[in-house]
Write a protein that binds this ligand. Structure first.
Ligand code: KMH
Ligand code: ZN
Length: 275
């Protein structure tokens, strides 16, 4: 079986220090959390950035500051900025980190309710626009799907030339408004992607490690981190993103799945090797 790529979603846009005091806002805190995840076995950092007060921003300069600081500490890690940003941001605001030409970025493949009155909006034209931008800049998209219909959308937009193969999906499971986080939900998504595609799972809240287990056994890849879940076990806050990654590494070892380093992750994902 392919080695396991672990992605750490270290900060997100919605989770706050009120949920877990280790949630990073400042540049220094972002570096601390990225390094803890990397040292534990993560090869990809899924990145949202914040102002020092915790406000989410897609500001290009702030992304550059955080990415440069992370890469100064861990030069070979793969940084995957979010183009989802936070609910309510405009498309061009969300796309700013792509101007830094990261190796990867997320591409959200549909609109969904996001709790209360919030709607995370990704119209078909938005997805085409983001897909075209990533092709133009040579950025590999992680196709974030929160429901089965979003896989259909990605496949349709591939046929129309807005998304290239081989496709890499991110199954985000258990969001209030999206698909659930049960075994049958996983099997439904897993069975709906092309045979030459890769995928990573992100189980939200209590689903984080159960969904991770399914992907470990199946040969998929795993994302964990404060963006998705702040607990290392029921009622016990994780001290760092690294602690969440360590748990995935332990589970993978039990099932004989080796962990990919960033060099191996680049090979699996079809990214250019880093000089
Ligand atoms: N913060 C959510 C509204 C992504 O990173 O691409 C969107 C999100 C998805 O987190
Ligand atoms: Zn995200």
């Amino acid at each position: 079986m392919e080695k396991l790529i672990i992605t750490a979603a270290i900060s997100g846009a919605e989770v706050l220090k009120e949920h877990n005091p280790a949630v990073p806002y400042t540049v220094k805190e972002m570096v601390r959390e990225a390094k803890s995840a990397y040292d534990a076995g993560a090869s990809v950092i899924h990145l949202h950035v914040r102002r020092d007060d915790g406000t989410p921003t897609q500001d290009k300069a702030r992304f550059k500051e955080v990415m440069d600081a992370i890469l100064a500490e861990i030069p070979d890690v793969i940084i995957q900025p979010s183009t989802g940003g936070a609910v309510g941001m405009s498309n061009d605001e969300r796309l700013q980190p792509t101007e830094l030409r990261p190796e990867m970025a997320t591409l959200d493949c549909g609109t969904l309710n996001f709790g209360g009155d919030e709607i995370f909006e990704n119209t078909e034209n938005t997805i085409k626009y983001f897909g075209d931008r990533m092709i133009e800049l040579g950025i590999k998209p992680e196709l974030e799907v929160f429901d089965k219909s979003m896989i259909e959308m990605a496949l349709r937009l591939h046929k129309k030339g807005h998304i290239q193969k081989p496709m890499h999906f991110g199954f985000v499971m258990g969001v209030n408004g999206g698909i659930g986080g049960d075994i049958r939900d996983f099997a439904f998504l897993r069975g709906s992607i092309p045979s030459d595609a890769t995928y990573s799972v992100a189980g939200i809240g209590r689903h984080e490690f159960t969904i991770a287990m399914l992907a470990i056994i199946d040969g998929g890849h795993v994302r964990v981190g404060f963006e998705d879940n702040v607990y290392v076990s029921k009622g016990v806050l994780a001290k760092s993103n690294g602690e969440l990654v360590e748990k995935v590494v332990r589970l993978a070892r039990e099932f004989g799945r080796e962990i990919a380093n960033p060099h191996e992750a680049r090979e699996i994902l079809g990214l250019k090797p880093k000089k």
